[in-house]
Write a protein that binds this ligand. Structure first.
Ligand SMILES: [Fe+2]
Length: 274
């Protein structure tokens, strides 16, 4: 398949404060830095309870990564609705903005790729995400302004479809609308997390095929059966005619991540790229 024109490391659900193994953060940093990735995408849940110390640990991990980063928040990055209900409503992502980034809709362009991040975390639900009309507007406007040949990638914390998932799980509110908007805009890849479940597959939407790559929990012990004990992240490689997604899985016996699974997809030009 040859050398990819762009390599994206996709981490999710780090959950600082709830790490599965001593030193797994260092193993994660070492593995990701060894990839020479063009971009690191982090799809939320950087912390467990939005405590300052947890944010400092998450920020230190991000700082140790050498590649450019695009980060979106998850529901755990909000103040707790039990312990900090007033702050959750008044400044829901106050600490995220202080320690990580104030940009809740980041974008990155390079190496023939355009990536947009959207914030689906909302203080108004316990853990479920929310897609809004403003998301669809932002998505359409952003991708419309990108070069026609670019691979369009969307990064969100909450999955937009439950297709392919073997258990009944809630998806973000109004997710189908955002998924349709993504298809209309010619998005070819959606990166997400939230379920602590590695799942990579293609979904059909509006006559488009979109590669949906869920990354498992990169470092936490918040496993989801039957993927118990599985810490992983994904590496997306973009070729002229193909998309490959490697799942890198942690092996506690050797304190290192290694490729455990590879998914390959034929890349077709979107029919109605914006
Ligand atoms: Fe999570």
């Amino acid at each position: 398949m040859g050398t990819p024109h762009c390599r994206i490391a996709h981490l999710s659900d780090i959950h600082a404060g709830c790490w599965a193994h001593r030193g797994i953060d260092e193993a994660l940093i070492s593995s990701v830095n060894g990839l020479d990735a063009d971009l690191v995408v982090v799809t939320g849940d950087l912390v467990q309870r939005a405590h300052r110390l947890q944010y400092r640990r998450a920020a230190a991990l991000l700082k140790a990564l050498k590649s450019p980063q695009l980060v979106v928040p998850g529901n755990h990055d909000l103040y707790s609705w039990i312990y900090r209900p007033v702050l959750r409503v008044s400044v829901p992502l106050g600490r995220y903005k202080h320690y990580v980034t104030r940009d809740l809709s980041p974008s990155w362009e390079g190496r023939g790729v355009s990536v947009l991040g959207l914030n689906t975390a909302t203080p108004w639900t316990i853990e479920r995400g929310r897609c809004t009309p403003a998301h669809a507007v932002r998505l359409g406007a952003y991708f419309k302004g990108q070069p026609p040949g670019h691979v369009k990638v969307l990064a969100v914390h909450h999955p937009l479809t439950a297709d392919g998932f073997p258990y009944k799980r809630e998806i973000a509110q109004n997710a189908s609308r955002l998924l349709s908007a993504a298809a209309r805009a010619g998005v070819e890849i959606i990166l997400c997390g939230h379920w602590h479940w590695s799942l990579v597959h293609e979904v059909a939407c509006s006559n488009q095929r979109i590669v949906v790559a869920l990354a498992g929990t990169a470092a936490s012990r918040r496993y989801r059966a039957p993927q118990m004990g599985r810490n992983a992240f994904n590496v997306v490689e973009l070729h002229v005619g193909a998309i490959t997604v490697h799942e890198w899985r942690y092996n506690p016996a050797v304190h290192a991540f290694a490729i455990a699974q590879t998914h390959a997809f034929t890349r077709k030009a979107p029919q109605s790229a914006a």
